[in-house]
Design a binder for this molecule. Structure first.
Ligand SMILES: CC(C)(COP(=O)(O)OP(=O)(O)OC[C@H]1O[C@@H](n2cnc3c(N)ncnc32)[C@H](O)[C@@H]1OP(=O)(O)O)[C@@H](O)C(=O)NCCC(=O)NCCS
Length: 166
């Protein structure tokens, strides 16, 4: 199953499919079309799509941002029928590899405290939970958990085979 899912840059043409996927993933940030338009237009933005090339369906997406030596994952979702197949891991690995190539040394993200699946996912990918922002989220209200992954330089670049953060 996984072999037919390819990663490629997301473009404004993918907006409709990304919004449809977002609807199926309440854990993802509830972005409006303008938020994605800004990300596509941002030179520091990183927009990735996981596409099922056989069924011509969007299986997942990631939106991030790179600034100086820091990267941030801003939104991420994998479609329900494609979860637990390593697609989220591949999206994050690709984002971190690009971030490292562009000089980032660390990657931040924030996740709802109640989103246990995503917290377990990020922990499995070597992110450490560094702090908590009380009442950061609304609708429903929730704490934000700030996560950090250091990006080690090395001959193999960034690897995400479940190893702990360096
Ligand atoms: C979080 C999310 C992106 C994970 O995507 P995914 O493609 O299913 O994840 P992967 O298959 O790459 O999982 C990699 C590892 O993360 C961990 N993991 C993933 N989903 C998990 C879950 N529901 N519960 C516990 N651990 C989980 C596991 O260790 C997994 O490895 P394994 O399957 O070999 O055990 C997906 O569940 C999702 O889209 N959720 C809704 C949107 C969301 O919460 N986004 C995050 C916003 S911050």
């Amino acid at each position: 199953m996984e072999e037919k899912v390819i990663l490629r840059p997301a473009t404004p043409d993918d907006l409709e499919a990304i919004l449809a996927l977002q609807q199926t993933a309440p854990g993802a940030a509830s972005w409006q079309p303008a938020d994605y338009a800004n990300a596509f237009a941002d030179a520091a933005g990183l927009c990735l799509l996981a596409e099922d090339s056989v069924r011509a369906r969007v299986a997942g997406f990631l939106v991030g941002r790179l600034a100086a030596d820091e990267a941030e994952i801003l939104n991420l979702a994998v479609a329900p029928g494609y979860r637990r197949q390593g697609i989220g891991r591949r999206l994050v690995a690709e984002a971190l590899a690009v971030a490292r190539q562009r000089g980032a040394e660390k990657c931040w993200l924030e996740v709802r405290a109640a989103n246990r699946a995503a917290r377990d996912f990020y922990r499995a990918l070597g992110f450490a939970e560094t702090s908590r922002r009380r009442g950061y989220y609304r609708d429903p209200e929730d704490d934000g958990v700030v996560c950090l992954r250091l990006l080690a330089a090395g001959p193999a670049g960034v690897s995400l085979q479940g190893e702990p953060a360096p």
